[in-house]
Ligand binder design. Structure first.
Ligand code: MIC
Ligand code: SF4
Length: 755
């Protein structure tokens, strides 16, 4: 699997010098996040004290990770860059394209067959360009990365928002769009606005039913889905040290749900134990040698309020197990209040499914703690009320859990063991009856619970919880069940109580695996041919987007004014659409079909201003395109929250949308728009959102003087002949303005490469 110990040692060998240089410029004690950031400056030693939340900085990440659903677009772009090999160690993981239905073996065989074209493409591109390839069934990207590649003090980017999971092993790991990954693989710097820093001080120690998951569920409740935007969340304190490494991963993983750039923890013994248990003693030794740099300066943690932009304190000893949901991951309800809340809000109490898995919670520890609950159900004669599905995080976890009897315990409850893959977490779930769209409740240990996400049913109420709580609630079949206080009736009619979960942080007999599912790339890949059939409906080579025409944009039609939450799942739905992730034209047929039209409250139903008729968003936009007319999309707060999928930016670009104007953006999506040469703008006055009318034609003025910090003017031509002017802000820096002018960042790389 070749984790690159030499690369890691090289990174460590420059830490002394880099940190000394950072101290000079920053001139105060350093947080861990700053240490890692300053140790990864593209230009070497720091010469400037970067302003948090303001300065754009070029970084040199150590690694790139990609998953199958986003790697296709990332690698199609990389193929256009004209490089023979990736410039930094990179991996591809096949995990998103495997549907959960009957159980691991059958599901995997079916997926391999259905998506063979895509898997073969990814395998041959990887082989050609020096990328490590993890086959379907090898596991979920973030679990595999944590087990094999993440290392304390490293910097990684990945084409998936949950790349942040690797913060559990003390990395600064950040989710990006494929175009960013393509830059780094092409040997270019990676740019990021220097993040703000949120400190989370953990005191006390978890006990009883409380789990690491409950820490982040609580933080999400406090910060909401937007609260982490533009910030790195740094966890510290005795409580942090008491958590396992994979537990820390869970906490960092769901940092994506609060919009945080990433989250991280200082290097400690739990990380050392994990490194050694996963065959990386050499990395642990190397990390021990520079330990002082892999955590913040003591002064920072002694007086955190002076060094973080915001500080949160959580006492683990008082933490209650909880569930977040439905429909948004920040709606926090402690388990003791769930029955009351569910009654009040009309959430169905009967639980139909309990799902354990996803990159958030599929470690050995997670399975062992949940299994301890499952075992009690069997031993105490309880009949499980809900159905159970398990997705182990990696083949190594699965093999070991199988050897240790954990999977058998779940099977005794009639659980279905699905493939080591994302499965239901990304809508790859053939759930029987979901098409009937009945109102129902499921509980899962995943991270996201947006409407329709797991099974496509808008009436599925999904709640996020720790695996052990999911197990308990699935056994009881009752969303209001509180295992801390409540009893259940067993098959003899007796009242029994579940004891709190117990589990092993790491397998006592060590990890084992037969075939981890890894394929190393060819040493010299120059002869490897990558085939993309021109007739394929799954893959399509990319054509460069057209450059900006050099004038203001006039006469843009309003395509849609989206109302309320508009995540990347609303803009470019996953589930059944995942199969078109390598075919830009085909996947564009899902563009914005989940967004709610402000004017009629319907999804995928907008007015075509040319015909006056209402129709699907993609078809309407294709009509504008065919008529050579540009359009504009208007949105609400935190537009594009959720995933890193750049299809949400490329589809509008491909279909001729010229600008996206919103109240606020989620970071990755905003960057994705910029990279693809789109205009991503925000209302200077958020109330101007109300001025946008259904029949508006809009001009964007000021583009010929497009400059950093300078707002653009929009003229709204209303149907009644009146017009209004509003101001739109943007965050484009000089470089990003060049991307816009060139028609996309890739056009610049391609040009430079040809020189
Ligand atoms: C997700 O959890 O939504 C995904 C699928 O993993 C995405 C990436 C994608 O859209 O492929 C993410 O989180 O970035
Ligand atoms: Fe896969 Fe779900 Fe994790 Fe995304 S959040 S990487 S879909 S398991």
């Amino acid at each position: 699997m070749a984790f690159d110990v030499d690369m890691i040692k090289k990174v460590y060998s420059r830490y002394d010098e880099r940190i000394a240089a950072a101290r000079q410029v920053v001139n105060k004690p350093l947080t861990l996040s700053e240490k890692i950031l300053y140790a990864h400056l593209w230009d070497g030693n720091a010469t400037e004290d970067y302003k948090r939340g303001v300065s754009y900085v070029d970084f040199a990440p150590d690694r790139v990770a990609m998953q199958d659903a986003t790697a296709q677009m990332a690698l199609l772009q990389f193929m256009q860059a004209g490089r023979p090999k990736v410039a930094v160690p990179s991996t591809v993981h096949c995990d998103h394209l495997i549907q959960a239905k009957e159980g691991a073996d059958k599901d995997l065989a079916r997926a391999k067959n259905e998506s063979s074209e895509v898997f073969n493409f990814l395998s041959s591109v990887s082989n050609k360009y020096g990328i490590g390839f993890w086959k379907p069934g090898a596991g979920i990207i973030h679990q595999v990365v944590l087990e094999n590649y993440a290392f304390p003090g490293g910097m990684m980017i990945g084409t998936d928002s949950h790349t942040v999971n690797a913060g559990g092993l003390g990395m600064v790991a950040i989710g990006v769009g494929g175009a960013d990954a393509c830059d780094v693989m092409a040997g270019l710097p990676w740019e990021l606005k220097f993040p703000k820093l949120i400190g989370v001080k953990l005191t006390g120690k978890l006990s009883g039913w409380a789990a690491a998951k409950d820490v982040i569920l609580k933080v999400a409740g406090i910060l909401t889905v937007k609260g982490g935007t533009g910030a790195i969340v740094e966890y510290f304190g005795e409580g942090a040290e008491s958590l396992s490494c994979t537990g820390k991963g869970t906490i960092c993983n769901m940092g994506a749900e609060i919009g945080a750039t990433t989250s991280t923890f200082g290097y400690d013994e739990s990380m050392e134990r994990y490194l050694r248990a996963t065959g990386r003693a050499e990395v642990a030794d190397a990390a021990n040698a520079i330990k002082q740099h892999l955590t913040a300066d003591a002064e920072v943690y002694a007086n955190p309020e002076q060094y973080f932009d915001q500080l949160i304190e959580i006492n683990l000893s008082e933490l209650e197990p909880s569930l977040n949901g439905p429909f948004t991951p920040d709606l926090y309800t402690p388990v003791s209040r769930m029955r009351e809340e569910a009654d009040k809000n009309g959430w169905p109490l009967k639980v139909e499914w309990g799902l354990i898995g996803s990159c958030t919670n599929s470690s050995y520890e997670d399975l062992s703690r949940a299994a301890s609950i499952a075992k009690q159900a069997v031993d105490k004669g309880l009949i499980t009320k809900a159905e159970f599905g398990i997705n182990p995080g990696s083949e190594q976890v699965r093999f070991t859990a199988d050897r240790d009897g954990l999977l058998k315990t779940f099977e005794d409850l009639n659980a279905t063991i699905f493939t080591n893959a994302c499965g239901p977490c990304i809508g790859m779930w053939d759930r029987v009856g979901a098409d009937k769209q009945e109102k129902n409740t499921i509980v899962h240990s995943f991270n996201r619970n947006f409407a329709k996400r797991a099974d496509g049913n808008p009436n599925t109420y999904a709640f996020v919880a720790s695996p052990e709580l999911v197990a308990a609630i699935a056994i009881s079949g009752d969303l209001g069940f509180n295992p801390v206080t409540d009893t259940l009736t067993n098959n003899k009619g007796e009242q029994v109580k579940l004891d709190p979960p117990v589990g092993d942080e790491l397998p006592t007999k060590g990890f084992a695996v037969d075939d981890p599912g890894y394929q190393a790339p060819a040493a010299d890949g120059s002869a490897v041919v990558v085939d993309v059939a021109p007739t394929s409906d799954r893959l399509q080579l990319l054509e460069p987007f057209a450059a900006w025409e050099g004038t203001d944009l006039k006469g843009l039609k309003l395509l849609i004014k989206a109302k309320g939450k508009c995540t990347t799942d609303h803009i470019s739905m996953a589930g059944p659409w995942l199969k078109y992730r390598g075919h830009l034209d085909n996947i564009s047929n899902n563009m914005l079909i989940g967004a709610v039209n402000f004017f009629n409250e319907k999804t995928d139903n907008v007015k075509n201003q040319l015909t006056g008729e209402y129709g699907p968003v993609p078809a309407t936009q294709r009509d504008y395109k065919a008529n050579g007319i540009g359009s504009i999309v208007v949105g609400d707060e935190n537009y594009g929250e959720g995933s890193s999928r750049e299809h949400a930016a490329m589809e509008p670009r491909h279909l001729g949308v010229r600008a996206v104007l919103v109240k606020s953006f989620a970071r990755i999506h905003e960057t994705n728009l910029k990279k693809q040469g789109m205009l991503g703008l925000t209302f200077a006055d958020k109330d101007d959102y109300n001025k946008i009318q259904e029949n508006d034609t809009i001009d964007i003025l000021g583009l010929t003087e497009f400059a950093p910090g300078k707002p653009l003017t929009l003229v709204l031509h209303h149907a009644d002949g009146t017009q209004e002017e509003i101001l739109a802000n943007h965050t484009y820096n000089a470089q990003q303005i060049e991307w816009f002018k060139a028609g996309g960042a890739l056009n610049i790389i391609r040009k430079n490469q040809a020189k």
